[in-house]
Structures are given as structure tokens and as C-alpha cells.
Design a protein around this ligand. Structure first.
Ligand code: K7E
Ligand code: CUA
Length: 656
């Protein structure tokens, strides 16, 4: 939120004059939370299910968390870019490759924008994509297993922020660079930024059947900052829109130097046209280094491949593919309405919301109503694409979502509110305060042709006094509003895993029936799987030891192992033989430098142990799996490095 804080300072004096500005102190006691029937609107009785899933980004936690709506109950934190000891993600041997990058193993990122896959402009509940900002990556989460199954690194990119938004048939996931950088990277003076740094907008193709991601092309744009983006839909399908700031191309004291121009741009990219160009041999292959990490749910393991080149496209080589629409001033959000006609630009430093018309944009292009160019890219006359203006709706507009009744909902960070306005007439029809300083908001399906306009979730940047205090660091928070009526009604505050930026919501019925319960043991293709207790063994190769182990209620096989030596590297490959829903087993051993592993039925997972001390060391099941869970334990005898203790393993017999 730091980038936004400067605005607070810039406009704080104006804010004081605003009646709805409520950045500190108590909530308005007359607001919806006190209405009598509110509790039952969010009450989901014990054993009942929520109506929607909400996937809320974890921001600087690098993860994606799953909530139910309207209850606000947290179901799962899906590890994506950060290690997670609870699930062994990034700790076990199988998932470590997921976090490989060209910079080495990077077990953290800053994730902002989840987006659900679509078919024919409607969300389909198959995958969620999410961006890693810091070390640019796009991840794909498979919603049949709620696990991250693919991560692709984005070369020539930095601060991967205008990402990861999908086109209406999930043809592409788009990743736009926030920071412009030298392309290709090289050692050069920072003061030579202007004209020399570039901004890469990356189009990642998604295989319609398996979801496999591959970089189709990178559009190498002028050295602006590319903040957010959204796909065209319906009539504007085939186009993509990106908000820009720092069109001044400053590299220092940005809060001043990147606020000089009274307008920046929304870049309109005709990706269909560029796709044709590329399919006909256009573009330049450029050397690059970026990883492509894929998790296979048959081997239950990930592989990491380093890719060596990427196809780049100079916008000037594809006439008619890229245009710039002037938009006041430092636009943040760049949102497209369900019909695909309107593109809303939220100028953070502008008093008004600017709405562009897709139809007018096409006419302006046809009639060449241009006011100049930026590095050869035509700039459309401001008036020519302008559909309308929402006049003075609030302070510090950030993001807009849409319902299915022709309304838009825009968040205002500084005046701390959600403002509802009518698409087409641009009149403000309602406003509700947020507690406090809202960033994004989310309506399930609000990014598609078919929003489910029953609820909006506001994700707030500041919590202050809303919950019991927890020391200097207080909980992150979201708020749920009922938007089914004319007036929005605040229903619920709920804490979130930090820091929530954007979210994606989906009717539960699209996901629930496809949710997997177990992995079939017969299909397990893990190279170290033991599919029965008869297959269990311990194999030494020099100082490397592989233990092929199984679990079933309520024992490990083997559970007594001797002949391990100090200095060995011991791999515990544990296969969970269970084939029942919700019977994972866990495992770890004293002194292990990794987390426990949590093995789903039919799955194999591996952790490494390097014993440092002689002795007899216990291991145990970490997941409470049965009445005899506490009996689920074993011993490993560790001898001196030069000892002759023979390698033995057993279950149910005393080793001699
Ligand atoms: Cu506005 Cu990263 Cu989408 Cu946060 S961003 S609020
Ligand atoms: Cu197996 Cu606890």
C-alpha cells in the first residue's frame, strides 16, 4: 500500500472536507451492520455450505486463500509462491522445483490478482491464475485439487503487476510489467532510462484441455509503468487494455516526477492481430532465461525447466494493433464492463472517473483522430474515445467491478468507500463507507460477461480498531456487502490472510462437483512409490539412503530401521496407502531441517533428513488420523559414520 500512501498525504487536506471520509475512529453506527436481519444473511448453519467460493490473494504472504461467502469462513490457504510448512509446499522434494526461478530458489513472492478461467466469457471454475510481482511469475491453481500445479516465470519483466487476467476463453493469461527495465537486461546508467528502458506485456497461452502455459509473445512497449489490465469481452474480445503511469519515464522521486503529465494512458492492444502476425512468422526470438515449473498429479512431483528464448514483438511492426487512450492522471484500475463496451480508468489523482467507449475508440482509429504519438504508437484524441465521466464520485479511485444490472462499483481509497454508479448515465446512485481505506473489491464473476451480483467484497488496507487488538500488527480485513437491492448493505467484517489485494469469486456449484477426494493408488507414478507394504524397503547408495515407506491406519512400514550413519542423506519417500476421503497421514523426524510432510490418500511425498548425531531417533505421524494416531511412530538407529551396523528394516518384529 506504500504507493498509495503518498496520495493520502497529497490529498489529506481535501479529505478533511469530505463528509464520507472516515479513515479513523468508529464506524457509523447507523450503517447496515446494525440492521436486525443482517446476521441471518451471513449465517451458514453448522454443516451447511456457503453459496460462493472467494479466492483472496495473500499479497505479501505470496499465497491464495479460500473463503466461503457469505459466511467469510476460511477453508484453506493454497500455497503458491511461498513455502508453507502446513502442506510441506516448497519443503518436500516433490514441490521444491515449483519455486525455482532464473534467480535460483525463490520461496516468497507478492501475489495480487487472482482470476478464474473462463469459457465463452463466463467463469468456468477450472483454474485460478495469480501473479507473483516481485520475481515475475504467473501461477496456475487447479481447482479440482486446490493446489498450485504450474508456475511460469516472466522474462524481461519486473514488478509483474498488471497481471494475471484471462481472456474470455482463457486463450491467454496476461502478465504486464509494472517497472520498465533494460530489455534485454544489461549494465547501464539509470539516468539513461528515458527512451531506453522498455515495458514488456506478456501473453501466455493456455492449453484449453490441460491448461499448460507457454509464453506466446511479449509486446515490447515504451518505458512506462504498466499498472493494471483487463481483457475486452463480447464486442471487444480480441483486445486487452492496460493502464499506465509514469509516462514521463522518470526514474527518481516518482511521487513528484511521475505526476507531471495531466494525463497518462490506457494502452489498447489488439492481441488477435498480434497473434495473427506471430502465427505468420512475425516477431523476433530473443535469448532469455526463465523457468517453467509443472506439477504432475500422477508422479505427484514437479519438474523445473529453464527456457532459453522468448518471442518478442515491436508494436510498430504490427500497424493497427496498439493505441494509447489519454486518461487523467496516474490511472490505477483499468476495468471493462460485462458488455465489453466500456473501459473505466481510475485516475488516482483525478477528481473524476474516466470511461472510454470501445465503439468510439474503433471509430477514432478508423478516422485517425489522433493527437500525436508516443514512440510511434498513435495517441487517440482524448475526446474521441471518451464515453463519459463520473463526476467527483469520491477521492482516490482505485478499482471498479460490475453487477448484472448495469451498475458499477468503484472503490475510493482516500474517502474510504464503495460508490455505486450507473453505467451509461454515469450517475452516482449509492455509497457506503469502508473500514478503512479500501483497495480492490470483488463481485463473483465481476470480471466476466456474467457477474453474480449478490455480494461485493471490499478488501481494506487499514483495520485499526475493527477487531480485538493483536499488538502493533493487526489483522487484515475484508467486508461483505449485500448488493442485491438498490442500496448496498454492509453485512460482515471478516479477517483475512495478509495482505489481500484482489479476489475472484465463483458459485460453489461450479467447483464442488469436480473436487477430488483421493488420488488413485494404481495411478501413482512416483518413482519412489511403494504401493503395498510388500514393496517397502531401504536402499543404500554410498551415503544416500532411500526409504520406501508406507502409511496406513495406524502404522508406518517399516517402523524400525537400523544401519543409518551420521553423514548420510536419508530420503523418506512415504506413500499413503489409504483410499478413503480425508485420511491424510503426516511424518517428520527429530532434527529434520524441512517441514513435516502431509500425504494425501494415494500420494507419495518425500522429505530429506541428514542425521548429525548417533542414537536412536523417533519419527511419528503429524496428522491426527485415527484413534491410534498417537501409536503411529517408529525408530531409526543412527550409528557412527565408520560403523558396521548392517542395514535392516522391519515392521512387527524385533530387529536382532
Ligand atoms: Cu490496487 Cu496490486 Cu491491484 Cu492492491 S493493487 S489495491
Ligand atoms: Cu497417521 Cu496420524
Amino acid at each position: 500500500m506504500k504507493h498509495i500512501f503518498k496520495l493520502t498525504i497529497a490529498v489529506i487536506s481535501v479529505c478533511a472536507a469530505f463528509t464520507s471520509c472516515n479513515n479513523s475512529g468508529k464506524s457509523d453506527k447507523k450503517s447496515g451492520a446494525l440492521a436486525g436481519n443482517v446476521a441471518e444473511k451471513v449465517y451458514v448453519a453448522p454443516g451447511e455450505h456457503d453459496e460462493f467460493y472467494a479466492f483472496i490473494s495473500g499479497g505479501f504472504s505470496g499465497q491464495l486463500s479460500v473463503y466461503g461467502l457469505p459466511s467469510g469462513r476460511l477453508f484453506k490457504v493454497i500455497p503458491v509462491f511461498s513455502q508453507d510448512a502446513e502442506k510441506a509446499y516448497g519443503y518436500n522434494e516433490e514441490t521444491k522445483p515449483m519455486l525455482n526461478t532464473s534467480h535460483g530458489f525463490v520461496p516468497w513472492d507478492d501475489s495480487h490478482h487472482p482470476d478464474i478461467s473462463q469459457s465463452n466469457g463466463v467463469i468456468d471454475g477450472r483454474w485460478v491464475f495469480i501473479n507473483g510481482n516481485n520475481t515475475p511469475r504467473i501461477a496456475k491453481i487447479d481447482l479440482s485439487v486446490f493446489e498450485t500445479t504450474e508456475i511460469i516465470e516472466i522474462p524481461n519483466s519486473a514488478g509483474n503487476h498488471s497481471s494475471s487476467f484471462v481472456t474470455e476463453n482463457t486463450e491467454y493469461v496476461v502478465a504486464g510489467t509494472r517497472f520498465s527495465i533494460p530489455v534485454p537486461q544489461r549494465d547501464m546508467a539509470i539516468k539513461d532510462y528515458k527512451g531506453n528502458f522498455k515495458g514488456a506485456l506478456t501473453f501466455i497461452s493456455v492449453d484449453p484441455e490441460h491448461g499448460h502455459m507457454d509464453i506466446k509473445f511479449q509486446l515490447i512497449m515504451p518505458g512506462f509503468d504498466y499498472d493494471l489490465s483487463h481483457p475486452g469481452r463480447g464486442k471487444s474480445h480480441g483486445w486487452f487494455f492496460f493502464s499506465t503511469y509514469n509516462t514521463e519515464e522518470a526514474s527518481t522521486l516518482m511521487e513528484v516526477n511521475a505526476s507531471q503529465n495531466d494525463k497518462d494512458f490506457i494502452a489498447a492492444v489488439n492481441w488477435k492481430k498480434i497473434e495473427d502476425y506471430v502465427n505468420n512468422g512475425g516477431g523476433t526470438m530473443m535469448p532469455a532465461n526463465y523457468t517453467h515449473n509443472v506439477y504432475d498429479d500422477r508422479t505427484h512431483a514437479a519438474t523445473s525447466t529453464m527456457k532459453k528464448e522468448v518471442l518478442t514483438v515491436n508494436p510498430l511492426d504490427v500497424p493497427g494493433a496498439v493505441f494509447l487512450m489519454p486518461t487523467p492522471k496516474s490511472p490505477h484500475g483499468c476495468d471493462v464492463d460485462p458488455t465489453g463496451e466500456y473501459i473505466v480508468g481510475s485516475g488516482k489523482l483525478s477528481a473524476n472517473l474516466t470511461v472510454h467507449s470501445f465503439t468510439k475508440m474503433l471509430n477514432a482509429i478508423e478516422n485517425e483522430e489522433f493527437s500525436g504519438d508516443a514512440y510511434g504508437i498513435p495517441i487517440i484524441n482524448f475526446e474521441s474515445s471518451l464515453a463519459g465521466v463520473v463526476e467527483q464520485p469520491g477521492l482516490g479511485p482505485l478499482h471498479t467491478e460490475f453487477d448484472d444490472k448495469g451498475n458499477a462499483y468503484t472503490t475510493f481509497f482516500i474517502s474510504s468507500e464503495v460508490v455505486k454508479w450507473k453505467v451509461g448515465t454515469w450517475e452516482v446512485v449509492d455509497r457506503q463507507p469502508c473500514y478503512y481505506s479500501v483497495g480492490h473489491l470483488m463481485i463473483p464473476g465481476g470480471n466476466s460477461q456474467k457477474p453474480f451480483g449478490k455480494y461485493v467484497v471490499a478488501m481494506n488496507k487499514i483495520t485499526k480498531d475493527r477487531y480485538l487488538p493483536t499488538g502493533p500488527e493487526v489483522t487484515q480485513s475484508a467486508q461483505l456487502y449485500d448488493i442485491s437491492g438498490d442500496k448496498m448493505e454492509l453485512l460482515l467484517d471478516f479477517p483475512t490472510v495478509g495482505e489481500p489485494h484482489y479476489a475472484a469469486g465463483c458459485p460453489a456449484d461450479l467447483i464442488k462437483p469436480r473436487s477430488r477426494k483421493i488420488f488413485n493408488l494404481e495411478d501413482n507414478a512416483h518413482p519412489y512409490a511403494a504401493k503395498s507394504e510388500a514393496d517397502t524397503k531401504v536402499v543404500r547408495d554410498g551415503n544416500i539412503v532411500h526409504i520406501y515407506m508406507t502409511t496406513i491406519r495406524s502404522h508406518f512400514s517399516p517402523d524400525n530401521i537400523e544401519g543409518i550413519k551420521v553423514g548420510d542423506k536419508v530420503y523418506f519417500h512415504i506413500t499413503n496407502l489409504e483410499q478413503d476421503y480425508d485420511v491424510p497421514h503426516g511424518a517428520s523426524i527429530i532434527g529434520a531441517n524441512t517441514s513435516e510432510i502431509l500425504i494425501m490418500p494415494g500420494q507419495t511425498e518425500t522429505f530429506v533428513w541428514e542425521p548429525k548425531q548417533e542414537g536412536v531417533w523417533p519419527f511419528y505421524c503429524t496428522d491426527f488420523c485415527s484413534a491410534l494416531h498417537q501409536e503411529m511412530q517408529g525408530y531409526v538407529r543412527v550409528s557412527a559414520a565408520n560403523a558396521n551396523t548392517p542395514l535392516k528394516w522391519s515392521l512387527g518384529e524385533d530387529i536382532e
